[in-house]
Write a protein that binds this ligand. Structure first.
Ligand code: SF4
Length: 420
């Protein structure tokens, strides 16, 4: 009998990338393919953070269903929010929660359709040896979130915050480092919650990681401003820490932060960002535009405040109401077109700040991990998490290169590279 081919379609965040890699590493008796058309089975590792995430997953499943020779299985955060309705509608052959992913072989062997949503208290114990098609490794260190931001569905589809066993994480990194990985991205639903309530923290974990042979650069997923404490500030000058931090503020109007039930406040965020900027850090953030209550006056205040902040990167999107969240029932909804305009205004400001940052540091040597090649140009990210395009006649994919001489262009830095 011919071996069945399995294609993994991963939506959403780096935690999903890790979860897909776990399923790939566990799979037996099947062949993993990166070519969807030849697949017999499609595993959809879904995201549900916004309405557009949901519709993206739904339209993808509808598209795959056009070829009824394929079997489709749904997992990821969308399994908890949309899984039941997609299952009842007969759109998928099976639905399983993240806690069930290690049982992928048993699940795929089932003749009958199944709905196994599992639980949201599980703590991952899976280790992977590789990251297919990636030159850096994503390490899940925690799962879930115990914050309760009024607009957010994540705690209800990922559960409360819990941390992965530290020994397991360090063994995971030791294995990947011995397999040639030098850059590690610590990920989770709320990474900064790692070790909460226990005698460990994200800062202490990184110090231990940096002792492992082969660990060259450590990057972090999104942190919360309230999690950058004194212990974390002690590692800011470490050579193995990237010179970029992504710290989610979500808004810059004090009134809006209250409406969103955020734990951070603008005054503290500004002080923190100025401290990091003085140390030469590039700073990224998350921002939701158009949350209910964001009238013109509060928007103008938010823009005035954001201009004061030494930001260089932003992950901004317009608010979308999520079922069963407090914000979804709030009055003063913001018009979609107005929100889009505000989003453009905000991202333009940060794009300019990014360009100004790269010009300010244009005499700095860049340490770049080359990740891919497109149209004769290699690309990768430097220590400030800025994109660098490199022209080279040598094959440098997956290599670390140091660049002194480069051009600062509108959207990225550009260099020619020849090994000396
Ligand atoms: S910190 Fe807030 S926005 Fe982030 S996952 Fe938790 S509840 Fe959602």
């Amino acid at each position: 009998m011919q071996t069945k081919k399995v294609y993994f379609k991963t939506f959403g965040c780096r935690t999903n990338v890790f979860d897909s890699q776990v399923m790939i590493s566990k799979l037996q008796g099947h062949e993993v393919t990166e070519n969807e058309t030849e697949a017999d089975i499609v595993i959809v590792n879904s995201c549900t953070v916004t309405n557009s995430a949901d519709s993206g997953v739904r339209s993808y499943i509808n598209q795959v269903n056009k070829d009824n020779s394929k079997k489709i299985f749904l997992t990821g955060c969308g399994a908890h929010s949309k899984g039941e309705s997609l299952f009842k509608a007969g759109k998928v052959n099976g639905v399983f929660g993240q806690s069930e992913k290690a049982k992928i072989n048993t699940l795929l062997a089932k003749e009958e359709k199944f709905y196994e949503i599992g639980d949201l208290e599980f703590v991952d114990e899976n280790i992977v040896d590789d990251f297919v098609g990636k030159s850096r490794a994503f390490i899940k260190v925690q799962e879930g979130c115990s914050f309760r931001c009024n607009y957010c569905i994540i705690p209800s589809v990922r559960g409360d915050a819990r941390s992965i066993n530290e020994k397991l994480i360090l063994e995971q990194i030791t294995r990947l480092a011995s397999n040639g990985y030098g850059e590690f991205v610590l990920t989770g639903t709320n990474v900064g919650s790692y070790g909460n309530g226990e005698k460990r923290s994200i800062a202490s974990l990184m110090k231990r990681m940096s002792q492992i042979r082969g660990v060259r650069r450590i990057r972090l997923g999104s942190l919360e401003p309230t999690q950058i404490n004194d212990e974390f500030k002690e590692i800011l000058d470490e050579p193995w820490l990237e010179r970029h931090l992504h710290i989610a503020i979500q808004h810059s109007s004090p009134e809006m932060l209250k409406l969103m039930n955020r734990r951070n406040n603008y005054k503290h965020d500004l002080e923190l960002f100025n401290l990091l900027s003085e140390k030469g850090f590039a700073i990224g953030t998350d921002f939701i535009v158009g949350h209910p209550g964001e009238n013109e006056e509060l928007w103008c205040e938010a823009i005035k405040n954001i201009i004061q902040m030494p930001l260089t990167h932003i992950h901004a999107f317009t608010y979308s109401a999520r079922d069963n969240t407090p914000s979804a029932t709030m009055k003063q909804q913001v018009n979609g077109a107005v929100a889009k305009e505000r989003l453009k205004e905000l991202t333009n400001i940060i794009d300019q700040k990014n360009l100004a940052f790269r010009e300010k540091y244009s005499s700095k040597e860049l340490e770049v991990l080359i990740e891919s090649k497109h149209d004769e140009l290699y690309s990768g990210y430097d220590q400030f998490y800025n994109k660098v395009l490199v022209q080279s006649s040598e094959d440098i994919e997956g290599d670390w290169i140091n660049i002194q001489d480069y051009k600062v262009k509108e959207d990225e830095n550009y260099a020619k590279f020849k090994r000396s």
